[in-house]
Design a protein around this ligand. Structure first.
Ligand code: AMP
Length: 368
């Protein structure tokens, strides 16, 4: 298994199989273009290995040219294709072979064929290393195909994920994640605990509230509880080392979980980084941070009200509550940027009835 940024890939097609497929395509092209001098039009960046290999194996005279188009972002084809580098030579009356790394929706090929339409080429064929017949939505014949694959997202032999993985000589396919891991985020009193109770049932996830785990330990007077108590009572954060180890232990207790709702964790940048690398070791990651956004003054009111019944020392004193907000603003709020940078931040209006807020959360979580 290999990791490229946040995703994991498993070996799918060996280097030898790739070589065999390239050979087969080359033999066919050599046979069909025996008496001709074709122009190989290589579609950058992905097809540069495949293009180079079939040109090296071409027996007669030939030329090569390059175009560069862009249709992928991450693992999704955007649909719209933009030309980054167009034709720099005339192809009038030439036998053109378009060389692609992969044909899936057909949008890229369509854009290139459009480009060639004005060129009055003599003939035009398409050679691709990989072809996804299940994804192909167009009617053009694909003349030379190295290998057909299903709808997998692959990297290697020129194909990339966010520009990475092109240099791999074997082909790797995206490993499907088994878990849905959600970070439920928001300032103290935003309603994370209440919402987690619904969400864990609906999505069959294990809910880990670090605050609850600390409180359980305090009640049972464990070593961890005794250590955490002084911090919690003052509304300070418990030190990272302690909290991270505790969180890991809670995850390990639920090895067969379909995923987790992390509530009250991560609360610092280093907790977020530790969570990412801990999940990465399992081939998993965070699907998204869903954040309940509520105005601070409303929250103080809510917490003081909760303090009347919750028995929590940190809910009963306004100065302690203000300190928790201060901790939130100085150490925790930055995590919005941490997840936003990964396109994983989803802010949700946290004011409304419990049902309304749940509905808003579900709309986001359904798509994660
Ligand atoms: P909560 O129930 O989430 O409001 O948490 C109550 C208190 O537990 C916090 O004010 C902290 O003292 C402590 N705590 C909970 N989660 C964490 C965390 N991830 N990092 C540090 N301290 C935490």
């Amino acid at each position: 298994m290999i990791q490229l940024q946040d995703l994991f890939f498993q070996k799918f097609i060996s280097k030898a199989e790739v070589k065999g497929a390239v050979n087969d395509v080359s033999l066919k092209i050599n046979k069909d273009y025996k008496e001709k001098s074709p122009v190989f039009l290589i579609v950058l960046n992905g097809a540069f290995f495949f293009g180079a290999d079939i040109i090296k194996k071409f027996d007669g005279t030939c030329e090569m040219s390059f175009v560069k188009v862009n249709s992928y972002e991450g693992t999704e084809s955007k649909g719209a294709v933009s030309t980054v580098m167009g034709l720099d030579t005339t192809l009038k009356n030439r036998d053109v072979i378009i060389v692609e790394d992969i044909v899936d929706s057909g949008n890229t090929i369509e854009a290139i064929l459009k480009m060639l339409k004005q060129e009055q080429v003599k003939s035009c064929k398409i050679a691709t290393m990989f072809y996804k017949p299940l994804a192909f939505k167009k009617n053009y014949p694909i003349d030379y195909v190295g290998m057909e694959i299903e709808n997998d997202f692959i990297v290697g032999y020129g194909l990339d994920y966010n520009e990475l993985g092109r240099n791999l000589s074997a082909i790797y396919r995206l490993k499907p994640r088994k878990m849905k891991n959600i970070v439920l985020f928001g300032p103290p009193g935003a309603g994370k605990g209440t919402q987690a109770e619904y969400l864990k049932v609906k999505y069959n996830l294990v809910h880990i509230s670090t605050g609850d785990v600390f409180r359980y330990n305090i009640k049972n007077e464990t070593k961890l509880g005794i250590l955490a108590k002084s911090y919690m009572d003052n509304g300070d954060l418990v030190p990272d080392e302690v909290t991270i180890e505790m969180l890991k232990a809670e995850v390990e207790k639920n090895n067969d979980a379909q995923g987790f709702i992390f509530d009250g964790f991560p609360r610092t940048h280093s907790q977020a980084a530790a969570l990412d690398s801990f999940l990465a070791e399992k081939g998993e990651g965070i699907n998204g941070m869903v954040a309940l956004e509520v105005d601070e003054n409303l929250l103080v009111e809510r917490l003081l009200q909760r303090g009347e019944t919750s028995g929590r020392a940190d809910d009963q004193d306004e100065s302690k509550i203000r300190n928790r907000f201060n901790e939130y603003k100085t150490k925790t709020a930055v995590l919005k940027d941490y997840y936003e940078d990964q396109n994983k931040y989803f802010g949700i209006q946290g004011v409304g009835s419990i049902e309304e807020v749940t509905e808003r959360l579900c709309k986001v979580i359904d798509n994660l």
